[in-house]
Ligand binder design. Structure first.
Ligand SMILES: NC(=O)C1=CN([C@@H]2O[C@H](COP(=O)(O)OP(=O)(O)OC[C@H]3O[C@@H](n4cnc5c(N)ncnc54)[C@H](O)[C@@H]3O)[C@@H](O)[C@H]2O)C=CC1
Ligand SMILES: N[C@@H](CC=O)C(=O)O
Ligand code: NA
Length: 434
């Protein structure tokens, strides 16, 4: 049988890893796929690196539009990143009847609905395992392995850079800026790490997982996104003393009124497996009504780890490309005509627990006033800690039971206006993950 011909767009970290894995494991991959999968063409902005690898065995150019139009290419692998040029090329490839494999979570979070609709119309596959949690086969797990379940919620550490930063801050007590520079040096962070530290990269991945879990269109613009830049070292230390770790979590949960879709730092009980995921590793917990909790752990980034997912998609596409498009696994796990219009909840309507830290005057009556204000806003205290903070000052930390975010916001404003409160309140959500 003729080999399946792959056109590679981009030859950076993931592009070069994809070629390395495809080549090294060629024999096993063809035994699995039923035929050989070969890179037949490469197009990238600066071809020198690829030319050095391919020599004259494979044509390498900077003609990306030419590659997606080439009748000899069966599958286009988009690994250039970004959302403008990548969108044009992916749509053109689909228009030309080619299957697409991409690692580009930003592209799919912003333009996935359009891309999947066109792909369904054209009867081609767009595979994206590498786009969420890199090498962890989480798309496969949610879309196929858990298909019997009504998924209730999922939560994940889905950005390696921020998890590395938080781990280093906790273990070595280093300030945020120092650790971020370290993450950049080690190559975990992007050249511009803003998307990582602001939580945007995690929100791209979470938005895709929410669609797969709940059968809703991709709605990145409705995600609530907070990053880790404002986290204070002292809260990492207090959290530890209270039996928690602070993690940047992506959480999506089905509620009666709608779906929560949020990325923010959170205290997680340190007895939870996910609280012990350290460094640049990723992990996702998925809760289904039949199976209960399942946990997926592994490298969310890196050249060959991400390539592992890209190549798995290539094998899937190779196995399935002659199948009836109507019988393939739907892009978003649910049939395109069966997506639901369940709304994404406003952050004000999210319910969770909270860690609240504030500095107050140390005199009688203060605690009573604080607890009264919290009670007035339907916020019930689970536990509290108090310690001296210089003369006549005390630091108070409340851990609350589940409360409505909007009520917590109002209570915080009321408390901050009290004359005996010396600081703004530090509020970090607390997730029991049950
Ligand atoms: N690096 C990683 O660990 C992971 C990356 N990804 C995703 O994989 C994709 C690729 O990432 P990397 O390989 O890390 O990036 P990279 O920056 O190492 O490589 C990008 C390649 O595409 C080329 N390129 C970029 N823009 C281009 C344009 N407009 N026209 C022509 N060529 C262009 C570059 O010259 C380079 O060869 C991105 O979407 C990224 O988000 C996903 C999971 C993990
Ligand atoms: N910058 C990302 C790379 C993979 O998606 C991360 O840090 O996780
Ligand atoms: Na993955």
């Amino acid at each position: 049988m003729n080999p399946m011909k792959v056109g590679l767009l981009g030859f950076g970290v993931v592009g070069s890893g994809t070629y390395a894995v495809l080549t090294r494991n060629a024999e096993e991959i063809s035994r699995r796929a039923g035929r050989q999968i070969v890179v037949s063409k490469v197009a990238t902005r600066t071809p020198a690196k690829a030319v050095a690898v391919f020599g004259d065995r494979v044509p390498v150019s900077n003609d990306l539009a030419g590659l997606v139009a080439d009748p000899e290419v069966d599958i286009v692998v988009e690994l250039i990143g970004g959302t403008t040029r990548a969108r044009e090329l992916v749509l053109a490839a689909i228009e030309n009847g080619k299957h697409v494999v991409t690692a580009n979570k930003a592209l799919l979070a912003l333009h996935g609905n359009e891309i999947f609709a066109l792909a369904s119309k054209k009867g081609v596959m767009v595979a994206f395992e590498a786009a969420v949690a890199g090498g962890i086969p989480i798309i496969k797990a949610i879309r196929e392995g858990l298909t019997a379940n009504r998924i209730q919620w999922l939560a994940g550490i889905i950005n390696g850079t921020t998890n590395f930063i938080l781990s280093q801050m906790r273990e070595h007590g280093l300030p945020y800026e120092t650790v971020l520079a370290q993450a950049q040096q080690l190559g975990y962070a992007e050249a511009d790490p803003a998307g990582d530290v602001k939580g945007i990269d995690a929100a791209h991945k979470l938005t895709l997982m929410a669609s797969l879990a709940f059968g809703i269109p991709i709605q990145f613009s409705k995600a609530h996104i907070e990053g880790i830049a404002d986290l204070d070292q002292q809260d990492i230390v207090y959290a530890e003393r209270l039996g928690y770790r602070i993690k940047l979590l992506g959480i999506t949960r089905r509620r009666e009124q709608g779906i929560e879709l949020r990325v923010h730092p959170a205290l997680v009980p340190n007895k939870r497996l996910i609280a012990n995921v350290e460094g640049a590793m990723n992990a996702v917990v998925v809760n289904g009504d039949a199976v209960g909790d399942t946990l997926y752990y592994g490298p969310g980034a890196g050249s060959e780890a991400t390539a592992s997912a890209v190549v798995a998609d290539l094998v899937d596409v190779t196995r399935l490309h002659t199948s009836d498009p109507g019988n393939r696994v739907p892009h978003l796990a649910f049939q395109p005509g069966a997506l639901s219009d369940t709304p994404i909840l406003d952050m004000e309507d999210v319910r969770t627990s909270y860690y609240l830290r504030l500095s107050v005057e140390d005199r009688s009556g203060v605690l009573a006033d604080l607890t009264r204000i919290l009670a007035d806003h339907q916020i019930s205290i689970n536990s509290m800690m108090q310690e001296q903070d210089g003369e006549n000052r005390a630091i108070i930390i409340f851990l609350t039971h589940e409360a409505r975010e909007g009520d917590v916001n109002t209570a915080i404003k009321t408390i901050e206006a009290m004359p005996f409160v010396y600081s703004s309140i530090t509020r970090i959500r607390l997730e029991h993950l049950d």
